[in-house]
Design a protein around this ligand. Structure first.
Ligand code: COA
Length: 170
């Protein structure tokens, strides 16, 4: 496993994204079940991921399974407003490792880091209205639904809404 240890939980290590991670993350991200609920839901090549991670995100961490050291997903932060200290997080987990609390633990580590080290005062996440797993991850981490945006996204032939969840540093 390359990269310096960044955030450590019971079952995961979150390490700074390295260019060599892009191949595996692209494979996971392009699985239809993973890609379709992402915003945007377009295919991402390894090159796309490298430039997205370095140019558009403030924090981009690869999730490693602590035991096997396998790369199993990622978490990210886009800093939307540097002055207001508001950011939006995103995350995904390899379907082979879903349903084991990986996203919940990784988002917990990320949110604590963002409040503690980056001094954010508000963290948001946008999720498809039918993405029950993602909404559960957010609720388990103390996020609350702040808004519903109607007809935001084209999915399986229909326009669906998205929901904004947020948590405040208080
Ligand atoms: C959403 C996602 C990140 C969840 O990852 P995960 O590691 O499986 O999540 P967790 O195991 O931490 O699950 C958290 C809770 O959600 C529940 N959950 C997970 N998937 C669910 C589903 N499809 N329907 C209902 N509940 C679900 C789990 O049961 C768990 O609750 P519990 O602890 O009470 O059992 C993962 O499914 C994923 O990568 N999806 C595709 C990409 C995506 O949607 N990213 C988020 C975009 S906003």
């Amino acid at each position: 496993m390359k990269g310096s240890k960044f955030l450590e939980g019971e079952n995961v290590l979150l390490l700074q994204f390295e260019e060599e991670d892009a191949e595996k993350l692209s494979t996971i991200l392009n699985l239809p079940s993973v890609r379709k609920p992402m915003i945007p839901a377009t295919p991402q090549s390894p090159t796309d991921i490298k430039s997205y991670a370095s140019e558009e995100t403030e924090v981009f961490l690869t999730i490693f399974d602590k035991d096997s050291e396998e790369k199993i997903g990622h978490v990210e932060l886009i800093l939307e407003d540097k002055v207001a200290r508001v950011g939006e997080i995103g995350y995904m987990v390899d379907p082979n490792h879903q349903g084991k609390g990986i996203a919940t633990e990784s988002v917990d580590l990320l949110v604590n880091y963002l409040f503690r080290e980056l001094n954010l005062q508000k963290i948001k996440a946008e999720t498809d209205e039918d993405n029950e797993g993602s909404k559960e991850v957010l609720k388990k981490n103390g996020f609350e639904k702040e808004a519903t945006l109607e007809r935001e996204k084209f999915k399986n032939g229909t326009l669906i809404g998205t929901e904004i969840y947020s948590i405040y540093n208080e």
